[in-house]
Write a protein that binds this ligand. Structure first.
Ligand code: 4NP
Length: 153
């Protein structure tokens, strides 16, 4: 299973989603791959936002090695599932799909918790208090993703 987490800047939400998922994968010994990207280009090459680094560290997850990159159309070939953090990301990703198969890979991440609600993970960039909520939302979503996709032996 290859999963890509996508937000706007790839410095706040999707690095947390990547780090949380990576941590759960490691704990369970799953051979899944996870990466993250942003639809925008402003922060290419940067570390995650300090506030994302801090909230991840609070829960024992180190995301300091991550570097922002931009989403590219070929990600829709390479990954099995592409999770959008919000509806704007979702539309931008879908705009790069070249087939029905690629379109079907794109999902709103919070629909893993409440299917069909199309709930956004709020952009915390301008909100210092938003990072804890984002962490908790993504932690729950990642837990559901794993439970739904894990195959019993
Ligand atoms: P993210 O947050 O999409 O969760 O990484 C943002 C980061 C940067 C900007 C917007 C959102 N920005 O406009 O630079």
């Amino acid at each position: 299973m290859k999963i890509l987490m996508v937000c706007l800047g790839n410095i706040c939400r999707s690095p947390l989603a990547e780090g949380i998922m990576q941590s759960k994968i490691a704990q369970l010994g799953l051979e899944w791959q996870v990466d993250s990207a942003g639809t925008g280009a402003w922060h290419i090459g940067e570390r995650p936002d300090r506030r994302s680094i801090d909230v991840a560290r609070k829960y024992g997850i180190d995301i300091t090695h991550q570097r922002a990159r931009q989403f590219r159309a070929s990600d829709l070939q390479e990954f099995d599932i592409v999770f959008a953090m919000d509806s704007s990301n979702f539309r931008n990703i879908l705009g790069k799909a070249n087939s029905r198969e690629e379109e079907e890979k794109v999902k709103m991440i919070m629909n893993e918790v409440q299917p069909g609600y199309n709930q956004n993970v709020p952009d915390p960039y301008y909100d210092n208090d938003g990072f804890e909520l984002v962490f908790q939302m993504l932690d729950e979503a990642c837990e559901r993703i794993i439970k739904r996709n894990i195959k019993p032996n």
